[in-house]
Ligand binder design. Structure first.
Ligand code: GDP
Ligand code: IMO
Ligand code: MG
Length: 425
């Protein structure tokens, strides 16, 4: 297997965790390169479900090394909770196989307060963030006032940075947002109390990756969120605060772009979105509810119901273009069972004109009307199909049409949540 980047090709929750877990069987190093615990990546192995927010989804495979790269924003509490919950399931989460980049920025209590305060204030214009402090933490990184994981070995630096940050944040929290201000000493000491457990995980992520490459071992780069939540290329401002595109696997983990050999876009056989923002193929009718129920479309991080709709090939084509996708993995095909007809959006209409690309102007995607192609549905239960040929003709025709519309091969088809329920072509 080549060094592979896994990214979500839609608006997140495409099943990245499942596919990363599966491909980890052939990888030595798995690295998260952006986002934080806004992500919720689900893995199911024989009825045992594991949801990971920060630790890479390769952790269930013994013999892998799992790394949190510099591009990630890390909530120290969440990381340790995850370590504890995996440890309770007898999974080795020792620093021998789990590491955090010293350059990864830390999410602090004021980031979470500001995230919630801003959302509360954005009456009628909410982004619907996960409230995990992701945006404010990336803001501090860009403003060059952030705390990094490597700072945990220097208590005086931690105290000084937090005190400095709160000079500004407390004005915002108290005076503008009418939230509780935070005490710098309390915030500092709370963080420093975690340092003895966190510092053993600090590592040189770049060197681990370089070593794996020298040894000819495979590296798997695990994306979070999805292409259309990208801070630059997504449906701005209804996006997350990091670059979710494959190119950021290089910057977010400390390798050159030449190390990214294969880029697999994960796409659901339909579309979902959590939070606010344009979604041309959204279904507010019974079919939307059917997809939500059949697909258990409730957020793995916040539990919110996910908005559901038909597959949008315009969205996928844009993902192919922005990431040079080498293949697509189509997940949750089983969820489409028993729908009398399937629809794929092939283009948009706006003011009487047909568009085959997503508009780049803010506010326009809300206004387009999807142009659909109808395809026959299938009634057969496909959840036990283990080969492509075992799939009903209508399911195969649907996959072929996705390949035609995107120009990319569908190399993996997922027909159930379990690790085993995957067809590799
Ligand atoms: P991620 O954020 O991209 O890792 O995806 P999530 O874990 O948030 O959401 C995907 C959900 O779909 C999880 O509950 C998975 O267990 C489930 N899932 C993944 N692949 C399939 C599939 O092929 N069929 C079904 N029915 N469920 C799947
Ligand atoms: P995974 O990795 C789906 C969405 C939020 C919100 C927007 C901004 O599981 O696919 P943020 O908290 O990041 O500032 O919220 O992005 N969002 C996700 N939606 N899956 C995710 O991650 C998401 N992470 C963030 O719902 O609309
Ligand atoms: Mg998710």
């Amino acid at each position: 297997m080549a060094n592979t980047v896994i990214i979500g090709a839609q608006w997140g929750d495409e099943g990245k965790g499942k596919i990363v877990d599966m491909l980890s069987a052939q990888s030595r190093v798995i690295v998260r390169f952006q986002g934080g615990n806004n992500a919720g990546h689900t893995i199911r192995v024989q009825d045992r479900e594991t949801i990971l927010h920060l630790i890479p989804s390769g952790i269930l495979h013994e013999g892998t090394v799992c790394l949190v790269g510099n591009g990630v924003v890390l909530d120290p509490h969440v990381f340790l909770e995850e370590v504890d919950s995996l440890s309770a399931k007898n999974i080795d989460v020792s620093p021998a196989r789990l590491g955090i980049s010293k350059k990864a920025h830390l999410i602090l209590p004021y980031h979470k307060s500001l995230d919630k305060a801003r959302e509360a204030k954005r009456a009628g214009q909410k982004i619907g963030t996960t409230g995990r402090g992701i945006g404010p933490c990336y803001e501090d990184k860009a403003a060059r006032v952030g705390l990094r994981a490597g700072d945990l070995t220097r208590p005086d630096l931690v105290r000084a940075k937090i005190t400095h940050a709160l000079l500004e944040k407390n004005v915002l929290l108290r005076d503008l947002y009418k939230f509780e201000p935070l005490d710098p000493a309390a915030v500092s000491e709370e963080l420093l109390a975690l340092a003895p457990r966190l510092t053993p995980y600090l590592t040189d992520v770049e060197e681990h990756i370089a070593q794996a490459r020298r040894n000819g071992d495979n590296v798997l780069f695990e994306g979070a969120q999805g292409v259309h939540l990208d801070i630059d290329h997504g449906t701005y401002p209804f996006v997350t605060s990091s670059n979710t595109v494959a190119g950021n696997a290089a910057a977010g983990s400390g390798v050159g772009p030449g190390a990214l050999e294969r880029v697999v876009g994960i796409a659901k056989a339909y579309t979902t979105r959590v939070g606010a923002g344009p979604f041309p193929t959204e279904l507010l009718d019974d079919t939307g509810s059917y997809l939500r129920t059949q697909g258990h479309e409730f957020g793995a991080t916040t539990g919110r119901p996910r908005r559901c709709g038909w597959l949008d090939a315009v969205v996928l084509r844009e993902s192919v273009r922005l990431n040079n996708l080498t293949d697509l993995a189509l997940t949750k095909l089983d969820v489409l069972q028993n729908l009398p007809a399937l629809h794929i959006c092939v283009a948009y209409e706006y003011e009487g004109q047909r568009f085959s690309h997503m508009p780049q102007e803010e506010g326009l995607l809300e206004k387009v009307t999807p142009i659909y192609e109808e395809m026959p549905g299938f009634e057969e239960d496909i959840s036990q199909c283990s080969t492509y040929d075992a799939l009903p003709g209508a399911a195969r025709a649907y996959i072929s049409r996705v390949e035609e519309l995107t120009g990319v091969r569908v190399s993996l088809v997922s027909v159930g949540a379990d690790r085993q329920q995957t067809i590799v072509r």
